[in-house]
Design a protein around this ligand. Sequence first.
Ligand code: NI
Length: 192
Amino acid sequence: MKLPIVAYGMPVLRKKGVDVDPESEEIRKLIDDMFETMYNASGVGLAAPQVDKSYRLFVIDTTPFADWDELPEEEKEKLRTRKVFINARKIEEKGEEWDFEEGCLSIPGINEKVRRKKQITLEYLDENGVKHVETFDGLMARVIQHEYDHIEGILFTDYLSPLKKRLLKRKLEKISKGEIDVPYKMKFPRRK
Ligand code: NI
């Protein structure tokens, strides 16, 4: 079932998610629905707060990035995967910082360069409840860092300079009011 994606300005996007039981019926169903919702919106990642659930849960599928010609073959191969992260906790981020233009299904129509470290190490449970401690890098790390931020109540626009934020203010207000064209279902905090 496709779920509506909550838009910028909804309080749930600012909450820290709580841990969940990966074996529960609710979570199993939610994971399926989140993948369906993400694919329908052509996203590469989706976090539970974006579908109005304040949980430490996100899903990713980086397969679309594997088509980028400039990537080395081994990174392409690694990107052809979908993953579920339950109750994730960041252990560390390290490596050189690099810029990448990010977007977010909750903030449609805005894409801005964000600087992040190259690697992230997380502890998490997969969809079978199996615990992993794993390090990711490159584009896969980037997607995970963005989604991990969602379960901490952080949005990529938080990293922009004060000037950039000022320039985007009107656009963000329009998103909150639902004054945008978007090809998937959304919930807006200020729609009249
Ligand atoms: Ni996002």
